[in-house]
Ligand binder design. Structure first.
Ligand code: AMP
Length: 320
């Protein structure tokens, strides 16, 4: 009931503003991009007179969701900012809260702190796209097939094809409703999300062959520049395959460290099959969900420390 009234308040605020900017987290994943683009298109479809921008650095591999906008010469003094799939402003890509008249957050990360004027935060939701689908159906906003496809892909990607524990009856009902109402073809959508070049699959084989597994069930691998160049992939490739190690019997928690040469930073992806990891990640300049977290670290020493802490967490929580 409470969420239903927030859905209505969000639509009321959207109606009030002529200029609306939608941002999401840095280093976006499919749900981050899908949620901001779907929301932009929903607003344009329902309120064609509004100026709506989806911003942040572009990612070539997610171009199938739609293109992003630039904010050159846009007057933001009376604009509404909506952030999706991101809990805090230090993780928002390209938007400064102070520049906007009013702010809204639509997110599924756990976060106790209120950072926007109005917030729809539900950490039991599989994805930000699930939350946006709910807003649409609860408030009877118009939708079309193209937007339904984007929302569906966001839900599928963030729930890892309905495998992760955040998948609930609501997730399945909303995904089924999108499919039922718009009758889209699944094959091209899954091709977008899951088709990979052979080099990426070879790189994945390298990870499987080289991941170190401790006696506590913690798996870790450091992906160096040299390896990235050898396989001809980019530094974000590892992040995109961290979910593929799910269901390996010997792994309870696993982490990849990939060195990003351009940013001179170690990007860490962490996943778990039961041990809570986000509290450990938070101690290392990171965060995320209970079983899917990440961090950005500036030295290899910090990476080693984080890996030791995750191994220790596995040791302490032997039964999780
Ligand atoms: P990833 O491994 O990049 O897919 O991230 C998994 C989850 O952790 C996502 O929900 C991210 O928002 C979150 N996350 C990743 N990196 C960070 C970070 N540096 N700080 C806080 N949360 C993060």
């Amino acid at each position: 009931m409470l969420f239903k009234s927030i859905h209505k308040q969000i639509v009321k605020k959207i109606k009030e503003y002529d200029t609306i900017v939608i941002a999401r987290h840095i280093g976006p994943d499919p749900d981050a991009v899908a949620s901001q683009i779907a929301l932009r298109e929903i607003i344009k479809l329902n309120f064609p007179q509004k100026k709506v921008y989806a911003i942040g650095s572009g990612v070539a591999r997610f171009r199938y969701f739609g293109l992003l906008d630039k904010l050159d010469n846009v007057d933001l003094s009376n604009a509404l900012l909506i952030i999706t799939d991101v809990p805090r402003f230090d993780r928002v890509d390209g938007a400064n809260k102070e520049n906007y008249r009013y702010t809204i957050k639509i997110d599924h990360h756990p976060c106790d702190e209120q950072v926007c004027d109005l917030e729809l935060v539900d950490d039991t939701s599989s994805s930000a796209c699930q939350l946006i689908t709910e807003i649409v159906y609860q408030t009877k906003l118009k939708l079309n097939r193209q937007i339904a496809e984007v929302l569906f892909m966001g839900i599928v990607a963030d729930s890892d094809r309905f495998l992760l524990s955040y998948t609930t009856p609501k997730t399945l009902l909303l995904a089924a409703k999108l499919l039922n109402d718009y009758n889209f073809e699944l094959k091209p959508l899954y091709n977008n999300l899951y088709e990979r070049g052979i080099q990426e699959r070879r790189f994945e084989a390298y990870i499987i062959n080289n991941i170190v597994i401790t006696e506590n069930g913690f798996g870790y691998i450091k992906i160096t520049d040299k390896i990235i160049h050898e396989f001809g992939v980019d530094s974000s490739t590892a992040s995109n395959m961290v979910n593929d190690l799910n269901f390996i019997k010997e792994l309870r928690v696993w982490a990849f460290s990939s060195y990003d040469e351009k940013a001179d930073i170690y990007k860490i992806n962490i996943r778990s099959r039961g041990v809570v990891i986000n509290e450990v990640a938070e101690k290392f300049n990171g965060g995320g969900h209970k079983f899917a977290s990440g961090a950005r670290l500036s030295t290899e020493e910090e990476v080693d420390k984080l890996f030791r802490a995750l191994d220790e967490e596995c040791r302490i929580n032997k039964d999780s």
